[in-house]
Structures are given as structure tokens and as C-alpha cells.
Ligand binder design. Sequence first.
Ligand code: SAM
Length: 254
Amino acid sequence: MPSASRDQGPGRLFVVATPIGNLEDLSSRAVEVLSSVAGIAAEDTRRTRKLLSRYSVRTPLLSYHEHNETKAARRIVDRISEGADVALVSDAGTPLVSDPGYRIVSLCVREGIEVVAVPGPAAVTAALSVAGLPPHPFYFAGFLPRKQSARRKALRSLVDLPCTTVYYESPHRVEKCLLDMLDVLGDRPAALARELTKVHEEVVRGSLSELAARAGESPLRGEMVILVAGPGREWGSGGGEPGEPEVADPGIPG
Ligand code: SAM
């Protein structure tokens, strides 16, 4: 159990996952940690306040974001060194997963401060769990570059990976991105999971050409994850090597 301040020695950094849409997805352990630490480092304090007020958490907030993370990391780590327990949250999901927080965590690690995970939602694992594509191994590519030439180059570097690849994408670029994937990776099984845990939650499954056609027909809105099967896969081909008979689910021990 964390506390506002420790009697001796440094405090700890708690890396706390928060909901990716549905506010009910905050774990009871996360509420306990957020209520009892001395401060919560938040990317967007207004957004975090909304979540905290749903759970009547009144812990003071410290601001950090992509652009001030180096300075903020020093301030936060100094407070922890003085004995305060601090929680780190991002706007949604798991901090550091296509979100800031890496500088804070790495500075803590460098300075011998204990870093504790309070796990919970992340769009990558939520999408993988419902897509119906082979889940392991998988490669998380995060956001692809915005510029088409850089995006295609990044896709070319992944073309031979023998696993499901997972991407975050914005609704403005999704059609172009799917067309680039189709061109560079070929017409593979794929899924697009959007607005997970929210009112307009939807998982579109099909080939990359079908998904691109769907995106062209009517705009796909909201937050989304694209998942693409590895080379040589067909829908429903299980988790083994392409062409192998389906036996046990590989990747699951024992
Ligand atoms: N840290 C977050 C996580 O753990 O997933 C990711 C933050 S990143 C800035 C935001 C991106 O995550 C969105 O553009 C989208 O690709 C994905 N995402 C976040 N929430 C989502 C949701 N509810 N449904 C689908 N994708 C989501």
C-alpha cells in the first residue's frame, strides 16, 4: 500500500493504467493507489481530474507532458527521492504505451527508485484479445509515420515479420494507411478495432482490401487499432506456423 510520504528513504513511482474509454474500467487497486500517494503526475490534468472525481480521489496533480517531460521528470524524481510516493498516469490506458512517461520511469530506474506497475487497460491488448488473429507472437508498432514515404518504409521493414502486427492510427489517416498496408504487406487478414469499451465500439474483420474499401465507403471515426496477420496467414488458421495443422495453442505453456 503506498503512502503520502515514507518515514525513511525514497518513495516509489506507481505506474497506473487508466480506462481507454469506459470509466468503470479503473481497477480497485488503482483507486487505492491514486487515493493514497502524495501526488499524481498527469499528462492532461483536466482529463485526469474528471476520472478522479468519478472515484472521489482528491490527490494533488503534477503536470507533465511530451514537451516538458525531461524537466518534469527531474521535479517528480526529486519529490520521490525526498520520500513521497507518486503515481504516474497518462490520458488513457497504460502510460509509456504510445504515451509519455518513459523519461520519468528511466530516471527513476537510474536513480535506484522502485517502480511499481498497477496494470490495467491498453488499447493494444484489448484489440488483440478480440480481433481473432493469432495473438502470439505479436509485434506492436505503435503509430506509423504520418508521411506516406516514411510510413511505407516502416511497413516494408515489417513485411517479413512472422507474426501479427498491431498499429495505432488516427481516423484522418486510416484509409490511406490501410491502402499502404495493402500495397506493401499484401492482402492479408486484418481487423480494425475502434472505440473499444465506448458506446460506438466496433471490430471490423476482413482482408486488408475489404477494410480499405469499408474505410472508403464511410469514414471510420474515433480511436482505432489496426491489426494485420503475418505473411501466409488465412482467417481462422490458428496460432501455429502457416500451413501447420491446428493443435494446441502455441505460446501457452504446458
Ligand atoms: N496509452 C494508450 C494505451 O495504453 O493504449 C495509448 C495512447 S495513444 C496516445 C492513443 C491511441 O490509442 C489512439 O489513437 C488509438 O489508436 C488507441 N486507442 C486508445 N483508446 C482506444 C479505444 N478506446 N479504442 C481503440 N483504440 C484506442
